[in-house]
Design a protein around this ligand. Structure first.
Ligand code: ADP
Ligand code: MG
Length: 227
């Protein structure tokens, strides 16, 4: 088991009061699986990925990822955990503009404690069809190419688990399909588990395992499908 969640709650507290965004009684993902989470905008999908990656602490409950108990870790330990185990792909790429494609991938290795491996970074980009774009900066690449760089970066530190948050949401359908296919192939090839979240049926229906977020997250269901 690579993800084991039980009795997870996340409550956001701010000036406007507190809002329970996640209430997940139970969720598990097996190693090597490719799982799609399907849910409307605002249903708490990104919040769940933030908890799984250790970016956000759970308010209560048990979150065990890659065999590590995140609920008992402080922020520094969670940062270290994330660098060692997790690859993260954002909808909006989050590439650094001052750096080339290959440097952006190298930055994905920078915090994991392993030596940056330019050969591996270049090989990943080549596998993604960007072998002739290694030294281009993000502004010199198309959106589809930028997202492929982000896919390469997410694999840079050889993570056990990739979390992809609407990774094709900014792409037109044919580019989106291309990025999704390459991401899924690379995860298989590198033995990486994949959790992808999306609100797009065309993406979700391609996965053998898809989980409706409404069933997973009782907070969202209780709020009547709108938080
Ligand atoms: P999704 O990714 O499914 O669109 P999110 O996880 O981003 O959903 O957000 C779920 C709910 O939590 C939304 O109602 C959003 O307004 C709220 N929310 C997200 N982040 C915060 C935050 N940092 N503080 C307070 N509320 C938040
Ligand atoms: Mg989101």
């Amino acid at each position: 088991m690579i993800v084991e969640i039980s009795n997870l709650e996340v409550v956001y507290t701010g000036a406007a009061g507190s809002l329970k965004v996640l209430d997940v009684p139970e969720w598990t993902v097996h190693r090597g699986e490719q799982v799609a989470l399907f849910g409307a905008s605002g249903s708490g999908k990104s919040t769940l990925l933030h908890v799984i990656s250790g970016l956000l602490p759970a308010t209560s409950g048990r979150v065990s990822i890659c065999g590590d108990e995140l609920s008992s870790m402080g922020e520094a330990a969670r940062d270290h955990f994330r660098a060692r185990h997790i690859g993260y792909i954002f909808q909006s790429f989050n590439l650094l503009e001052g750096y080339t494609a290959v440097e952006n991938v190298l930055l994905g290795m920078a915090f994991s404690g392993t030596r940056p491996d330019r050969g591996f970074a270049a090989a990943l980009l080549s596998e993604l069809g960007l072998g002739d774009r290694l030294n281009h900066r993000p502004s010199q690449l198309s959106f589809g190419q930028q997202q492929r760089v982000a896919v390469a970066r997410s694999l840079a530190n050889k993570p056990e688990l990739i979390l992809a948050d609407e990774p094709t949401g900014s792409l037109d359908p044919s580019r989106a399909q291309d990025v999704l296919d390459r991401l899924r192939d690379l995860c298989k090839q590198h033995g990486c588990t994949l959790i992808i979240v999306s609100h797009e049926a065309a993406i979700i229906e391609q996965f053998e395992q898809s989980v409706p977020f409404l069933e997973l997250n009782r907070a969202f269901a209780k709020a009547g499908g709108s938080l």
